[in-house]
Design a protein around this ligand. Sequence first.
Ligand code: SF4
Length: 437
Amino acid sequence: MAKHATPKLDQLESGPWPSFVSDIKWEAENRAKNADKVNYQIPVDCPADLLGVLELSYNDGETHWKHGGIVGVFGYGGGVIGRYCDQPQAFPGVAHFHTVRVNQPAAKYYSSEFLRQICDLWDMRGSGLTNMHGSTGDIVLLGTQTAQLEEIFFELTHKYNTDLGGSGSNLRTPESCLGTSRCEYACYDTQDVCYQLTLDYQDELHRPAFPYKFKFKFDGCPNGCVAAIARSDFSVIGTWKDDIKIDQAAVKGYVGGEFAPNAGAHSGRDWGKFDIQAEVVDLCPTKCMKWDGSKLSINNRECTRCMHCINTMPRALHIGDERGASILVGAKAPVLDGAQMGSLLVPFIEVNQPYDEIKEVIEKIWDWWMEDGKNRERLGETIRRLSFQRLLEVTEIAPQAVHVKEPRHNPYIFWKEEEVPGGFDRDIEAYRTRHQR
Ligand code: SF4
């Protein structure tokens, strides 16, 4: 029989979707059944008490978790998020319920042996509840007690050859898509950059020294499988400089119904007879494509690499050969001050080991943001407060037309007197003369 009555939580099991409540109940029963077989190091009742405290929160309309508090492992400032319950007498199993973030491997490739080890570790030293994966990308191990932290850390680092992830005001665990390991559109080796920068920036990852969190994400192409443009302070998104490659015979194959559009993916719609004009040409955001009934052409200068045409006709169109990445900065979720997408900073950069050019941009940004950023201010907010122009100055990147976010509206590049030949006076004089005329 359940330890706590949970009528409100029970309603969350009634929908057609998988329910976290059912999962926690399963774990609570499982632990009770195995209590004499597994050497549990935290109370067996932990998942049952978790349900109890959540039901109480629903009844009271307020949380019963106290604010974090400092808790962690020796030598690290991040990786563990402290959680304490304000009702420890009623729910001793969750008196402490700390979260441990574990650095996921690049692109999340695991061996089944590693997963088994992590699960065994968490059964014994934690609640048995996990979140694969948190929104930053880490493995999230939910709920353990303070005395277990060093033991868990030792096993992760010494036995399983992995490490804690980031939390707090530090570099968060870098994340990448699966890149060249499986994707034909990957413009660079995302996993390798992710791995290398994770190693290079261990200090920033484990010792919080920033104004607030900072995220790197590496997408191999503009399809953006890790959504770098929306979620990371520093997004590296694969792109190419030359032309989209067109196989005109395959284009005709799509038009004639020989190939299913969208790689035959079940997008929940009936494509009917494929209409290249309506499905591809008219949906090109820059209107740079033309279909004359027998030949497809693209004005590549105008193409923004949105991937729509390539995704729709993958046998006929392919990314170019001069591959690299664009760097965008300042994206964030809406914790403070609303959500922001990344802004283009470096239109094209080659991505070659040891990635010094990318690191140079990162480190200039950090130097500026650590100096001028306010406490709990994400990079995107610092840019908005102090201007994109200031960012260009500190990164020593020359302003270009592609930096303009909204043409003919609120231009943010202001010339300084020394940059105007003859100075401002001459310029104002010229304006007056023109105006009088
Ligand atoms: Fe147009 Fe996008 Fe195709 Fe470029 S990638 S040609 S912008 S649809």
